[in-house]
Design a protein around this ligand. Structure first.
Ligand code: ATP
Length: 199
């Protein structure tokens, strides 16, 4: 079993995330691709992050919709880190997945913007032992890389210029987001009144 682990804050999930997940799953012939929603991302702890259960619900709905469209379980939403609680460390998540399925081969997906920062992650030895690092490059542009001695693969995905920061700002300003996020995320943001300035 080859399992891809794509962790993120997903505040909110956008089409760039889905593109990466589907493309890497395809290119590396993964059996499972988990979108692991961070409970309390320590790298973002100083900013206001939407409630984890809300971010997870939006990821779950989007994954269900895309799987229905594709006609198979292409992606899975994982609340592993939320159920564990506390600050989110990838080493804990990988160890938990390995314990659940000791024969599985794990692949940790990391955006190239985050790759150079890998040495600052907690318990890097464990991360490197438990999973193959997959650096995701945005089409035609060579991004950041882990340090030279950090074994990794690189997968290039088509560039999609969208970020969660960008989506939150667009919602705040009333700019259109419908072509940048899945329909279920868009309706969830509207229903829950996310990212709007509090009156
Ligand atoms: P924010 O803007 O709030 O920092 P984000 O859009 O980067 O959020 P995260 O949930 O923090 O979303 O990202 C999860 C992973 O997805 C990270 O490794 C990030 O590098 C990667 N990523 C996000 N957007 C893109 C994109 N458009 N193309 C390629 N990688 C992306």
């Amino acid at each position: 079993m080859r399992i891809g682990v794509f962790g993120g804050t997903f505040d909110p999930l956008h089409n760039g995330h889905l593109m990466i997940a589907l493309e890497v799953r395809h290119r590396l012939a993964l059996d499972r691709l988990l979108l692991v929603v961070a409970n309390d991302p320590w790298q973002k702890a100083e900013t206001d992050v939407t409630l984890a259960s809300v971010r997870f619900a939006l990821v779950s709905d989007a994954v269900a919709e895309i799987n229905a469209r594709i006609g198979e379980t292409a992606l899975e939403a994982s609340d592993l880190e939320i159920r564990r609680g506390g600050l989110t460390y990838s080493a804990d998540t990988l160890a938990q997945l390995r314990d659940a399925d000791p024969a599985a081969e794990l692949f940790l997906l990391v955006g190239s913007d985050a790759a150079a920062g890998l040495p600052s992650w907690k318990r890097t030895d464990e991360i490197r032992r438990l999973a193959t690092t997959v650096v995701v490059d945005r089409g035609g542009r060579e991004g950041g890389r882990p340090p030279a001695d950090w074994e990794h693969m690189v997968v290039e995905v088509p560039a999609m210029e969208v970020s969660s920061t960008d989506i939150r700002q667009r919602v705040r300003e009333g700019a259109p987001v419908e072509a940048l996020i899945p329909p279920t995320v868009s309706s969830g943001i509207g229903r829950l009144g996310l990212y709007r300035p509090t009156p």
